[in-house]
Design a protein around this ligand. Structure first.
Ligand code: GLN
Length: 191
């Protein structure tokens, strides 16, 4: 098992540390050569517009897109989810994305009053009770296509979605102290 964690910006270290705790050595992805031998991906939270720029300047945008569209499993959290959504509302006009997940996502949709909050999230199929959802200037998933399963909602909005090997959360599981989502992702996407 060799997951790659996009390490251009944002909360990538926390993902790497969690994988480390499972004795899984993650590769921090900064340049195209880092993709060699990777069999799954984590796209962290952070700032999607900045990550978009760095994806292009690092040369990672194109080869990462090829890997993702080739079916490589991916866990995309918060800004990561914005990067894989087919449609981004309130994005920057020059923001690039992978056009991978059939979902419409609005950036910063909780607004300035409530940019960050925590809330327990009931996740379908996840044993052990509610998951501590940490939302930081989170996007809102406004709609999903027919092939996307909604595994958790908050205020009737999808916060954990999955389409086969593609997992997306609007919250930050890597900042919650709860390892179950990473564990499940690793278990279900191991080659
Ligand atoms: N607001 C950020 C964006 O638009 C996402 C926030 C996050 O990843 N915590 O990219």
């Amino acid at each position: 098992m060799k997951p790659g964690v996009l390490a251009l910006q944002g909360a990538f270290r926390e993902h790497v540390e969690i994988l480390d705790g499972f004795d899984v050595e993650a590769v921090e992805l900064r340049v195209p050569d880092d993709l060699a031998g990777i069999d799954s991906l984590i796209l962290p939270g952070g700032e999607s517009t900045t990550m978009s720029k760095l994806l292009v300047t690092s040369g990672l945008f194109e080869p990462l897109g090829v890997a993702l569209h080739g079916g490589m499993p991916v866990l995309a959290t918060c800004a990561g989810l914005i990067l894989i959504a087919r449609q981004v509302l309130d994005g920057r006009p020059d923001q690039v994305g992978f056009d991978l997940l059939d979902a419409q996502v609005r950036r910063n949709a909780y607004g300035s009053q409530q940019q960050s909050f925590e809330s327990p999230i009931a996740v379908a199929g996840l044993a052990g009770g509610a998951f501590p959802g940490v939302f930081i200037r989170a996007p809102v998933v406004e709609s999903v296509g027919p092939d996307v399963d909604v595994l958790a909602t908050h205020d009737d909005r999808p916060v954990l979605v999955r389409s086969g090997p593609v997992w997306g959360t609007t919250f930050h599981p890597e900042l919650s102290g709860d390892l179950r989502i990473h564990q499940q992702f690793l278990k279900e996407t191991s080659p």
